[in-house]
Design a protein around this ligand. Structure first.
Ligand code: IPE
Ligand code: IPE
Ligand code: MG
Length: 243
C-alpha cells in the first residue's frame, strides 16, 4: 500500500461493484452513451490496480446483466465490442500483473468469437494469484439460481441433500467466497439482479458518484467505511458477546 493512505484495519477479501452511471456520465457531457461505457472501462483499469494495492483479493464487476439485452441494439453491440477490445488490449498486462480472470453468467448467448476470447482469457490467467477478477457478463442472479436448480435436478440431487452449501456449489460463483462489500455507483438503491444469493450478509456502499468518476480515492474511502462496520451476521457484536 502507498504511504499516502494510512493502512486499513480491515480489508474486505471480496469486493463486488455494480458499475452504474456510464450513460448519465455521457449525457452530462453531451456524448453518446457508448462514450460513457468507454470511459467506464478506463476507470475499471484504475480500480483493478487499486484493488491490488489495497489488498483486495477478489473483485467482481457487474458489467452486463441479463436484463441489459433489452437496451437498443446499437448499445448492446457496442458493449460486446468494448468487451472484445478490452480483452484484446488488456489481457497481456493483466496477466503480467498476476490477475486471474473468471466469468460468471452464461457465455452461450455471446458470439462464438467473443466466447472464445473470454475462455482464452480464463485459460491463460488460471494460475495467477494476486487478484481474482470475476466478470459478471450476461449475468443475472435469478438466471443463476434457475441454472443451479436445473443442474441439481439433472444430477439427481435428492431433497434431503439440498443445503446452503450445496446450492452455493451449483452457482456460477462456486468456490468464490461471498462478497464482503458491494459498491454501487450512481446512487440507485437497488440490487438489479446482482448476486442475490451471495449478498445475504454483504455490506453495502452506495455513492452518487457516476462510475467513470469513481476513482482510487473514493474506493479507498469505501474501504475505510467498510473497516468501521460491525458485521454481526444476526448474532451480537464481538464485544457484546463477551459480556
Ligand atoms: C452501467 O451504466 C453499465 C451497464 C449497465 C452496461 P449504465 O449504462 O446503466 O448508465 P446509466 O444508469 O444509464 O447512467
Ligand atoms: C445494473 O445496472 C447492471 C450493470 C451495472 C451491468 P442497470 O443500469 O442495468 O440497472 P437498473 O436498470 O438501473 O436497475
Ligand atoms: Mg444504469
Amino acid at each position: 500500500m502507498n504511504s499516502e493512505y494510512p493502512p486499513l484495519t480491515k480489508v474486505p477479501h471480496h469486493v463486488a461493484i455494480i458499475m452504474d452511471g456510464n450513460g448519465r456520465w455521457a449525457a452530462a457531457r453531451g456524448l453518446p452513451r457508448l462514450a460513457g461505457h468507454k470511459s467506464g472501462t478506463e476507470n475499471l483499469r484504475r480500480i483493478i490496480r487499486a484493488s491490488v494495492e489495497f489488498g483486495v483479493k477478489v473483485l467482481t464487476i457487474y458489467a452486463f446483466s441479463t436484463e441489459n439485452w433489452g437496451r437498443p441494439e446499437d448499445e448492446v453491440k457496442g458493449l460486446m465490442r468494448i468487451l472484445e477490445d478490452v480483452i484484446d488490449s488488456e489481457l497481456d498486462e493483466l496477466h503480467r500483473e498476476g490477475v486471474r480472470i473468471l466469468h460468471i453468467g452464461q457465455l452461450e448467448a455471446m458470439s462464438p468469437r467473443l466466447r472464445q476470447k473470454v475462455q482464452q482469457a480464463i485459460e491463460i490467467t488460471r494460475e495467477n494469484q494476486r487478484l481474482i477478477l470475476c466478470v459478471a457478463w450476461n449475468y443475472g442472479g435469478r438466471d443463476e439460481i434457475v441454472c443451479a436448480i436445473r443442474k441439481m435436478i439433472e444430477d439427481g440431487v435428492r431433497p434431503e441433500m439440498v443445503s446452503d452449501q450445496l446450492v452455493s456449489s451449483y452457482l456460477f460463483t462456486a468456490g468464490i467466497p461471498d462478497p464482503d462489500l458491494i459498491i454501487r455507483t450512481s446512487g440507485e438503491m437497488r440490487i438489479s439482479n446482482f448476486l442475490i444469493w451471495q449478498s445475504a450478509y454483504s455490506e453495502w456502499y452506495v455513492t452518487r458518484t457516476l462510475w467513470p468518476d469513481f476513482g482510487r480515492e473514493e474506493y479507498y474511502q469505501a474501504l475505510v467505511d467498510y473497516s468501521h462496520r460491525d458485521r454481526r451476521f444476526g448474532r451480537l457484536s464481538e464485544c457484546q458477546g463477551e459480556s
